[in-house]
Design a protein around this ligand. Structure first.
Ligand code: CTP
Ligand code: MG
Length: 558
């Protein structure tokens, strides 16, 4: 039963496949289509990739009629799914029943006629709808219902949370508001598929897969799109040579370093994306990084994209995070809440620097959940011990093996509420001996720190690496000070129950909502400089600041 529920949740959430599909599978009695237990993230991603291959992205002029548009599309085949969203104009994602329908649609499309410019004649599945009707009705309004692809501003979130009845409801509400939607997940896979068409100019059999928060279950609407160019089907790494008889092999150029191969592949694909990729702008090749990448913005989707190659360990850590997120619903909720809290206080940032990253923060939450009594999630070594022969995976000498069959994982019963966990998370890290200890989710236990870095979080698979090597001591101090403040705020009795609405009908912040208000300790450099005001004063000023913000917004609106 647990396994089935888990599987259905997997389907609906992280990769966002529609509930109908999950139910159909459920009705069959098995949830996998095969006898090997629940489908892996990899198989679920394959389903999403297949949908993306049958999809196109179309820019629609304002005043497009949805009905007319669908009628036009149906000339080429059945439309299985479509939706609209806004990003520098309105776009439609359209999934057809088959790839042939897409071919038919593309065959009907024209090359743009331009008089003063030249076009790069690269045809892709990114199209523009043109309306040639001679009669334009000025009164005709666009009836396109757009699906949001970004989160609402934090002030709206604070109001939404303040209306909830319990801290647990607040945490669930935040998760609901921030997680990727079905549509956003489809769009991510479609962008990967469009880029694959560009990369296929060099490597026709390649695949481009999303990894990181786009698929690990912890992605927030608007998060970046991490992609990896998968050449495994070409690089021969799975091919078995016959033991006898004749066989052929390709002659291939050889170099003395795998890193060099990765850099040159990304370099040419970066050029290709830059010169020929429709909608791709601001292409930067960052080839000397530890993990070489090409960074660019995909304008039609609004995604900031990082394209890497030969990055199989990151795919494994994505799978691991995904598994942890699916073992217990409290894991995702707590990670979303802490990530949101951290962003609200500038603990994390979209700009690279000495801040804690979302990935590091997620590992910290996982570690905290492993340390509960009884633990809410198991240590990685336990997951490795449960692995069968099919799960075995060694990448560049790193043991990346762990069980993929969820049903083998036994969890002791832990019934702690989210409120309790949130409050204890802050206390745990407010007092954690960062100067002596390293965070280690493989062992589920802190280890003596061997390096002199302020924050040491062992990379779960590349165990010699520190996930938070970039973090400096002032950023760590800020994190600790904010944990102390938030633990304290959650303990105040006035913060523990709903506080009703004010005169202007705005709900008064309480519980989790107060933790997202501007902090009193945010500007400090070190823990020693911290100063506490009396509780009532502090809450009063926090509320004042929200009220001012609301007033500011209202005057802007009017
Ligand atoms: N990664 C890693 N080690 C790091 C940083 C990243 O192994 N020091 C891997 C992780 O699998 C991570 C992925 O690369 O999930 C993508 O990194 P990043 O985009 O920084 O993190 P996300 O988890 O995608 O979070 P965000 O929403 O901030 O993009
Ligand atoms: Mg990312």
């Amino acid at each position: 039963e647990k396994c089935r529920n888990t599987f259905e949740t997997i389907f609906r959430r992280s990769v966002g496949t529609e509930p109908e599909v999950a139910q159909t599978q459920g009705a069959r009695g098995d949830h996998t289509g095969d006898k090997d237990g629940p489908k892996s993230l990899y198989n679920l991603m394959a389903d999403r990739q297949e949908q993306a291959e049958k999809s196109v992205l179309i820019s629609c002029p304002s005043r497009t009629s949805e009905k007319r548009f669908l009628k036009f599309l149906s000339n080429h085949g059945d439309v299985k799914k479509h939706f609209f969203y806004e990003s520098y104009g309105v776009y439609a994602v359209v999934e057809f029943a088959s790839r042939d329908n897409v071919v038919s649609l593309l065959e009907s499309a024209a090359i743009p006629g331009v008089s003063h410019e030249s076009v790069v004649p690269f045809k892709s599945r990114l199209l523009s709808l043109r309306n040639h009707s001679s009669v334009h009705s000025p009164t005709q309004q666009s009836d396109l219902p757009c699906q949001p692809q970004t989160t609402a501003p934090i002030s709206e979130l604070i109001q939404r949370l303040s209306r909830e009845e319990s801290v647990d409801d607040q945490i669930n509400s935040l998760t609901e508001a921030y997680q990727l939607t079905e549509e956003n997940s489809r769009l991510r896979f479609l962008v990967c598929s469009l880029l694959k068409d560009v990369a296929a100019a060099y490597f026709p059999e390649c695949t481009i897969r999303p990894f990181g928060s786009s698929v690990n279950g912890f992605g927030k609407l608007g998060c970046d799109l991490d992609m990896f160019l998968d050449l495994d089907s070409i690089s021969g790494w799975n091919v078995k040579m016959p033991k006898s008889g004749l066989s052929l092999e390709y002659q291939m150029k050889r170099t003395n370093s795998e890193r060099h191969v990765t850099q040159s592949i990304l370099s040419v694909i970066g050029e290709c994306v830059d010169h020929f990729g429709p909608g791709c702008v601001g292409v930067q090749k960052i080839l000397n990084a530890r993990c070489p990448l090409v960074r660019f913005a995909h304008q039609p989707s609004g995604f900031q994209c990082d394209l890497t190659a030969n990055n199989r360990v990151a795919m494994k850590s994505t799978e691991l995070l995904y598994l942890y997120g699916e073992l217990d619903p409290r894991v995702r909720s707590l990670v979303f809440t802490i990530r949101c809290w951290a962003r609200a206080h500038g603990v994390t940032s979209s700009i690279p620097g000495a801040w804690i990253t979302n990935f590091a923060l997620t590992v910290m939450v996982l570690f905290f959940l492993q340390k509960r009594a009884p633990p809410i999630i198991p240590k990685l070594d336990y997951l490795r011990d449960l692995a069968g022969p099919a799960d075995e995976s060694v990448i560049e000498g790193n043991d990346c093996t762990f069980v993929t069959d969820f049903s083998k994982i036994q969890l002791p019963s832990n019934t702690e509420t989210l409120e309790q966990l949130l409050s204890d998370f802050f206390e745990f890290y407010a007092t954690f001996p960062f100067s002596r200890m390293s965070i280690n989710i493989r062992k589920g236990k802190e280890q003596n720190k061997l390096e002199v870095t302020p924050l040491h979080i062992q990379n779960p698979f590349e165990t010699s690496l520190n996930v938070s090597k970039n973090v400096n001591s002032s950023q760590l101090d800020r994190f600790v000070a904010l944990c102390q403040e938030s633990a304290w705020l959650l303990q105040q009795s006035e913060n523990r129950t709903p506080r009703g609405v004010g005169g202007d009908n705005t709900p008064t912040p309480w519980g989790l909502a107060t933790l997202l208000l501007p902090s009193q300790v945010a500007g400090i450099k070190g823990r020693k400089k911290r100063k506490r005001e009396p509780a009532s004063e502090r809450i009063k000023s926090l509320l004042e600041s929200l009220k001012n913000k609301n007033e500011g917004r209202k005057s802007q609106d009017s």
